[in-house]
Design a binder for this molecule. Sequence first.
Ligand code: ATP
Ligand code: MG
Ligand code: MG
Length: 554
Amino acid sequence: TKEKSLNFIEQIIEEDLKNGLSQEKLHFRFPPEPNGYLHIGHASSICLNFGLGLKYNAPVNLRFDDTNPSKEEQEFVDAIKNDVSWLGYEWANEVYASDYFQQLYEWAIQMIKSDKAYVDSQTSEEIAIQKGTPTAPGTNSPYRNRTVEENLELFERMKNGEFEEGTHILRAKIDMAHKNMLMRDPIMYRIINKEHHRTKNQWHIYPMYDWAHGESDYLESISHSFCTLEFLPHRELYDWFLDQIVENDKIRPKQREFARRNLSHTVVSKRKLARLVSEGHVTGWDDPRMSTISGLRRRGYTPASIRNYADTIGIAKRENLIDVSLLEFCIREDLNKVAPRVMAVLDPVKLIITNYPQGQQEWLDAENNPEEEIMTYRKVPFSKELYIEREDFKEEANSKFFRLTLGKEVRLKNAYIIKGESVIKDEQGNITEIHATYDPESRSGSGTEASKRKVKGTIHWVSIPHAIEAEIRIYDRLFTDENPDGNKEVDFLEFVNPASLEIVKGYLEPSLKNSQEGDKFQFQRLGYFCVDKDSREGALIFNKTVGLRDTWAK
Ligand code: ATP
Ligand code: MG
Ligand code: MG
């Protein structure tokens, strides 16, 4: 097999190793903000960082970027930990930006003392006006020349909760004419008088991302801090803040950027996913239509399929839209290997085998999965009255129709060859019963000449007296547009597909009776299905994960 060529992130690391960085110093992190559930975009970042950890035998921290108590919650922390573990990764340390609030505060005081930071008491509107434009310099705040003593006193009072939100901020003193607008005296702290999920009411000032992130990386001895491209212009500030605090003997972290991964027919943004939940378009963060890791899990995706997806798309320097059919390909490929085959009928019509003895039943052998190395079998019951799919029968059909029709033969999967004889219809002309005869010598696997007869089609079925009923949830794309997020003039919610969920009653072979949440099956000829978390014994519920083929009309 061909050795995979290094991606550009690996090239950066290899280059650093060549230039003298020792491999023991490699240390990565995955830094989610606990303001929502992780989505398929995060999976790319998780697989990148933890994948590098495995490749270089280096620790990877799970760092919660919890610097904004108005948006963050313990529920999200728990969900994120659960999702990263479920994907199959182990973090070296569970750490929080809030672990560093005291240290960050002390560094901020040092910066005030060395005249590198000041308290600004203008409104956010005034500050915005003074920012200037990319081509015109900004103007200095009237508070820029406050004395160190005054700044220290105000900052202390901000910390102690003496002020309303929005009345004062701490800013770095850099250059209001800097060509990089992010360097024009960026905000380091703002006042937020809300309870933090970890530090409770200890703090009334909270550090901004730019001030907290590189410093957290530094405190954890992170060697490479990989983030998405929108942070490229922040890199200069990341480095400037590090310049203020780094001592020579410690490793200096390096921020590098890769492209955000977007998926077609969905949104990958916690904020937007939160709106789908709060505005009732889905039942929750783990709704099987969601692009969240928890939604995909509930839909029937496996960790291997998601890792394989992330690995297949790899990482890139430019943003683009990945077609969701690639993700579907990955789950189909995995489930094909591992999901047991069973028979289920989702749109039933009654089939009566007229020459099969009334009251007789037999249990036939059915192969569990043709992909298995050593074949295993289960028993499925057969009787005179069966359900087949309505679309598997036509009274008259052309020679391309390889299913049941009058006067022609078809095989019932794992059972007998039958021939369509007649139909019974209701007053509206709908078929209510199909009558057929079977060839008693043709049982699958019986070894008789008749069992080896070739007929054109094979269809699935369930025995009516043995069938169990279940609720089947069939999903379509959540959005009708390939890129619901792509048009800035139109709110993405305009593209929500009103028919993304269809619920039908299905009839299943009885071997499924005791199936449990998360169990996955191939319903033969229909697709892959898994048991939903709402499922109960006697009231089974299945989610359709994906069809057997890519049938999405392009
Ligand atoms: P969101 O808008 O969904 O909240 P975010 O980038 O603000 O995304 P974070 O919790 O900060 O979310 O993300 C944690 C890490 O995952 C960051 O390093 C971020 O760059 C990365 N990440 C987030 N979304 C994607 C994506 N779509 N593709 C690749 N990486 C992503
Ligand atoms: Mg973020
Ligand atoms: Mg965000």
